[in-house]
Design a protein around this ligand. Structure first.
Ligand SMILES: Cc1ncc(COP(=O)(O)O)c(C=O)c1O
Length: 458
């Protein structure tokens, strides 16, 4: 039984501040929570406060906490064979690679395993550069693909790129994502004729077709604002990549594994990438794992040439055994269908909430991959995030409505994701969520939005 106490909670928070490197933008006013227990969609901090999680922790615990299936699979594998050197293969690693080849679209067929989404993406661009004998990678502005140097460079997120002294690979280029709500070209779909997709062709030509190895993107770009692309977008991008001989890499670290209502998000548009990457939902956080899968023509190439890359924990036996058990759960419990159904219900409820809460500017998403964009004014679409404030004032909940909202909603017992320097909320609960839990969470959301409107006279 987990023991809760206010004094234990206080001590853990103090020790967390003293002994752990503080990530991202530390704020005196918003001490991190220290969680000690998880069950389904609920988490408890050390003081015993309960939180309903609409963020699946870091968008990865698709099956909720405390599920015995991955726990037993990991325990069994630890007993049998905890680890095999990457010079050999373990049985779960081989079985998982075969399973991925079976469930992924098109001719994606050979996998390299690492420990995280970042590593999977590093592998993807290295494979692409070696295959194409070209170094440039094009990605979306405002995207996030991980925090290592190469990923900071390919992801166009200003949050990662703002620091002086950080090494950025300048030859990685960016194009705007298909963010229709705030189209950078000031166009409207479908009259726009997908000018944003055509900008990829323009960029490749300006850079030189033979210098570009790949275009890398999430099928639904999360950091840029839960950007669901308009119909025809990915088909056009695929055509441009084929025309130019540039590889298409999909980062499905967040969108993959039933989250959007399909096993992989690219299936919504019938577009098959040359390379695809996974992490998060592949093991649902029970153990770490990342994977990068390539198509047949690349597999044939690397069968001949080999791939100069390895980690001590590539294809860790316990992680692969856990992933097999988790994938089995997705299939047996038809979790992609469930995500589609629950997502449709939640979307309807959120659209209904728009009638009562004027600061909701837009609701968008697919399955249980959803975004809510907050605005001061629906007509002008002025963002609720006050860009004009100084960095210090942005951290102040009395000056920044997003900071106030983020703290308040936690106090009210709901965890939702927010996107740095924007007023976009990510609503991505575990796929096993019930209608009652959706109602419970949305009630807290509406209450907290109302409290925010009252505080800032919106
Ligand atoms: C789309 C996407 N790619 C890559 C990553 C990096 O994955 P990891 O944190 O497992 O290294 C993330 C993490 O949030 C992500 O959302």
């Amino acid at each position: 039984m987990t023991q809760f106490s206010e004094s234990k909670d206080k001590q853990l928070k103090e020790d967390a501040s003293t002994y752990l490197v503080q990530r991202w933008e530390p704020s005196e006013r918003q001490k991190p929570l220290v969680m000690v227990k998880g069950e389904g969609l609920y988490m408890w901090d050390a003081a015993g406060h309960r939180y309903l999680d609409f963020m699946s922790q870091l968008y990865n615990v698709h099956i909720g906490m405390g599920n015995r299936v991955p726990i037993e699979a990991a325990k069994k594998q630890l007993d049998e064979l905890a680890y095999a050197s990457p010079s050999y293969f373990s049985e779960p690693q081989v079985r998982l690679a075969k399973k991925l080849a079976q469930i992924t679209p098109g001719d994606l067929c050979q996998t390299f395993f690492g420990n995280s989404g970042t590593e999977a993406n590093e592998v993807a661009i290295k494979l692409a550069q070696l295959y194409r004998e070209a170094s440039k990678i094009i990605g979306f502005w405002d995207a996030y693909h991980g925090s290592t140097y190469a990923m900071v460079s390919v992801g166009g997120s200003a949050r990662n790129r703002q620091f002086r002294g950080l090494s950025i690979f300048e030859e990685f280029k960016h194009i705007p994502s298909p963010y229709c709500y705030r189209c950078p070209y000031k166009k409207t779909y479908p009259e726009c004729e997908l000018i944003c997709a055509d900008f990829l062709r323009y960029t490749i030509e300006k850079e030189g077709d033979n210098t570009v190895a790949a275009f890398m993107a999430e099928p639904i770009c999360s950091w840029a604002g839960q950007v669901v692309p308009p119909e025809g977008y990915w088909k056009r991008i695929r055509e441009i990549c084929d025309e130019k001989g540039v590889l298409l890499i999909f980062d499905e670290v967040m969108t993959g594994f039933a989250r959007t209502g399909k096993m992989f998000a690219c299936e919504h548009w019938g577009v098959v990438p040359d390379v695809e990457t996974y992490a998060k939902g592949i093991t649902c956080g029970y153990v770490p794992l990342g994977a990068c899968i390539i198509n047949k023509k690349m597999a044939d190439h690397f069968d001949q040439k080999g791939f100069p890359h390895s980690y001590t924990y590539s294809g860790h036996a316990v992680s692969c055994a856990t992933a097999l058990a988790v994938i089995d759960l997705y299939e047996k419990e038809k979790l992609a269908d469930r995500a589609a159904k629950m997502g449709a219900y939640m979307m309807d409820e959120l659209r209904g909430m728009m009638e009562r809460v004027p600061i909701i500017g837009d609701v968008r998403g697919l399955g249980l991959f959803m975004g809510v964009e907050l605005v001061k004014d629906r007509e002008t679409k002025e963002s609720l995030f006050p860009r004009e404030l100084s960095a210090e004032d942005k951290k102040d909940p009395d000056k920044n409505p997003m900071q106030y909202f983020t703290g308040k909603i936690k106090e009210n017992g709901l965890i939702v994701g927010s996107s740095w320097n924007t007023s976009i909320l990510r609503m991505m609960p575990a796929l096993v969520i019930s209608k009652e839990q959706i109602d419970e969470g949305l009630q807290v959301l509406e209450q907290t939005l109302t409290e925010t409107m009252i505080k800032f006279s919106l």
